[in-house]
Design a binder for this molecule. Structure first.
Ligand code: PLP
Length: 383
């Protein structure tokens, strides 16, 4: 291995997560696999073939750059949907290649129509409705004009869907706000149909939406974090498990992040370790340097708090996490030596280090921790 660390992606764990998701969503909803943020840090180029081989037929990304990466990585010509940004010079190839995209303002709707005319190819759009998240989406005062534009340009538009996004379905504290969103969206759907439109798909649910608001599965769902084996929040897990007799976590993490010991040495009592004075050896301490730091996505806020696994034991990060390396305390494992495996996320022996556990230490959500993992680190699919 000519890389300071590597990532393994477990095929069998992914299959288990998919089976769980299938059971949750039933047969009536199209499952769109959300792969924005480099497939939540798992790596688009490795993840897409894995998902396709498991039967996934639709992907969602944030922007046109990610769409291109998915397109290159895929073999089966899956459905592909852009939920956010599109570079102005990308609209043409996106329409040309039949990629679906959110339309949330008049500018984009007009661009879509113009280019569809020019290319003689219908633009495949999902109308995004503002229901209370207050981010992107057509607002109520615009509906009349939207309806008119759609009607006038039916020949150039393939109405793939109408959709919205919930403002925090992973947190019960948002319940009132979300119920308002759902009611508004349902009214919009009725209104939209009354105007004679029939979108192919209606979608609003992300992972937490599917778990906490199953009534909004409609006929399509956009699921990210669950498929990677993580819960949107601890609360969502508690909510889910609370209703079950089987109290086991049904999800399986598919990512493991590993490196190896680069160097070891003894440091005497009273010495400071690393930059500055954040860690002083209170006894003679054996340390190991490992070649992973914040440049690779291991947060600096895990300085003096992170945990890794060596020789099947949990070892603490001591001192500051540096750009390319960090130091761990291996006093309790005299046998540890240069070249020994170090697990940053994943299992070794009976122990595991989960993203959730150090997300909590560093106050980061699973989402953020995962997507920070550098895309330069090689990903490898394992059974
Ligand atoms: C990220 C995202 C999702 C998926 O969210 P998860 O919580 O990971 O399931 C769905 N819809 C939109 C619009 C998103 O941005």
């Amino acid at each position: 291995m000519n890389r300071n660390s590597y990532i393994e992606i477990s095929k069998s764990a992914y299959h288990k997560n998919l089976a769980f998701i299938k059971k949750l969503i039933g047969d009536q909803s199209l499952f769109s696999s959300v792969v924005k943020g480099n497939a939540y840090g798992h790596g688009i180029e490795s993840f897409i073939p894995l998902a396709e081989s498991a039967g996934v037929r639709h992907f969602s990304v944030f922007d046109s750059h990610e769409a291109l990466r998915v397109k290159k990585a895929s073999k089966d010509d899956p459905g592909l949907m852009i939920m956010g940004w599109i570079a102005p010079d990308s609209f043409e190839w996106i329409i040309q290649s039949g990629i679906e995209f959110f339309v949330f303002d008049f500018e984009r709707l007009k661009i879509a129509v113009e280019l569809a005319k020019k290319l003689r190819k219908k633009a495949r759009i999902h109308l995004e409705i503002e229901t209370g998240m207050n981010r992107t989406g057509f607002q109520e005062i615009m509906f009349r004009d939207v309806f008119q534009l759609l009607e006038r340009n039916q020949a150039f538009i393939e109405l793939m869907g109408i959709c919205t996004h919930l403002a925090g379905a992973e947190n019960i504290a948002n319940h009132y706000r979300l119920m308002k969103q759902i009611r508004f969206f349902n009214e919009f759907i009725r209104d939209f149909r009354n105007h004679g439109f029939s979108p192919r798909y209606i979608h609003a649910a992300c992972s937490a939406g599917v778990i906490n608001y199953p009534e909004i599965k409609y006929n399509m769902v956009r699921i990210g974090i669950l498929q990677y084996g993580f819960w949107p929040s601890r609360e969502t897990l508690v909510q889910y498990i609370g209703k079950k007799t089987d109290r086991n976590d049904p999800l399986h993490r598919i990512i493991q992040w590993k490196t190896e010991i680069m160097d070891t040495k003894w440091v005497g009592t009273g010495e400071f370790i690393g930059y500055g004075t954040s860690y002083m050896a209170e006894q003679d301490t054996r340390i190991a340097s490992i070649p992973v730091g914040y440049a690779h996505g291991y947060s600096r806020s895990l300085s003096n708090t992170g945990r890794v696994l060596v020789n099947g034991q949990r070892m603490g990060v001591i001192g500051m996490v540096n750009m390319n390396m960090m130091v761990i305390d291996i006093t309790s494992i005299p046998g540890a030596k240069t070249g020994d495996e170090v697990v940053i996320i994943g299992n070794q022996g009976d122990l595991s280090v989960s993203v959730a556990s150090f997300s909590e230490l560093s106050n980061q959500l699973n989402y953020e921790m995962l997507t920070r993992i550098s895309s330069d680190i090689p990903r490898k699919i394992i059974e």
